[in-house]
Write a protein of this length. Structure first.
Length: 106
């Protein structure tokens, strides 16, 4: 796994959160334009799942002989790995934030 791929995924998430922040600061013209946090998180989960499915399909094609492009299979597996690791880190940060809120005195 390359740091460049991980950094690119992290930047994509940061850009999406900034876009949502800018959209929320402006008056909302139509419901659902920017999307809520759970919608954004759902999109990232769906994207991670799709990448994993593509990697599985590519590996299956390589094993069964339908494809001979090892490079493409390894690339799709690396993308799925980076995406999964990013989602694990987002989950960890969300859990840390939740635990911090639960420790607050009311």
């Amino acid at each position: 796994m390359s740091e460049i791929q991980f950094d690119a995924a992290a930047q994509r998430i940061a850009d999406e959160f900034q876009r949502i922040g800018r959209a929320r600061a402006q008056p909302v013209a139509a419901k659902g334009e920017a999307g809520s946090f759970d919608e954004v998180l759902g999109r990232f989960l769906t994207e991670a799942d799709d990448l994993q499915k593509k990697a599985d399909h590519a590996a299956h094609d390589l094993i069964t002989g339908r494809s001979d492009d090892v490079h493409q299979v390894m690339l799709s597996m690396a993308k799925a790995d980076v995406s999964f690791r990013m989602m694990v880190e987002v989950r960890n940060k969300l859990l840390e934030a939740y635990q911090e809120v639960m420790r607050m005195q009311v």
